[in-house]
Design a protein around this ligand. Sequence first.
Ligand SMILES: [Zn+2]
Ligand SMILES: [Zn+2]
Length: 304
Amino acid sequence: MKLTILGSSSALPTSERYPSAHVLNAHERLYLIDCGEGTQMQLRRNRIRISGINHIFISHLHGDHVFGLYGLLSTFNLMNRKQPLNLYTPGNYKNILLSHLKDFDINLNFELVFTDLAGRDLIEILDDKYITVSAFPLEHRVPTFGFIFREKPTDRKMLKESIDIYNIPISAIQRIKKGDDYITEAGDIIKNELITINPPEPLSFAYCSDTKYFKRMASFVKDVDLLYHEATFESSQERLAAATGHSTSVQAATVAKDAGAGELLIGHFSARYKDISLLVEEARTVFPETVGAVDGKTYEVKAF
Ligand SMILES: [Zn+2]
Ligand SMILES: [Zn+2]
């Protein structure tokens, strides 16, 4: 899995940073997470295949996370998209969006499939071939949700030489990869661990923006390999962060530390920071494996 940052600014874009938008590529399937203004230009600039997007996750209904959706839907229509598009959104956005599209005289030639995000617990919202996605509530000024993307465990890997050594027929390989022992024609049992090796550990990525700090968050994102967490402000602005429903860099790092995350990527920076190195340095005092998001940069999700 790898994550491309399309926008790492908070509500005010800057000349260097667009509002929130991110693409997760998992096994060459694209998952768009938030869709701030300028998302489609950023997709093009970063050579991301727009038509490959079939799932869009909107964390909350603030403009810096959703205003780009109108342009993107309109472009899909002009590209004569036929494939249904899955939208995961809070606040009964379905009625709002459908009414806006009608007002703008946009008749989509493809279906929108809505999943309404609600509740106070972690809930699974997508289960496809390679990954599952769950949503969990954040604490912001309007209903807001974070997302956790988890790779599904893959089959065990066959040791190639064992196929020759034990004369294993192709018809038996599928079951062996699922964990079965191999029974030879003579009736001998060849233990699975002799002929296979463990598959790579499934990777996970979590997205938390926008939110103020709250203790329970760490339990939602426990042991995640890569955590994206907003860090709108520096730690001296903790009161402003709490009042506006945002987090400081140190609070983001505290979540990463408490969750036992592998790596922390901070973003959603206030436009007041021309240089975000202060935010990154502050976060590193609590959680050393912190990096600051840069628009257009791709971050590999790595096992830790
Ligand atoms: Zn925001
Ligand atoms: Zn917001």
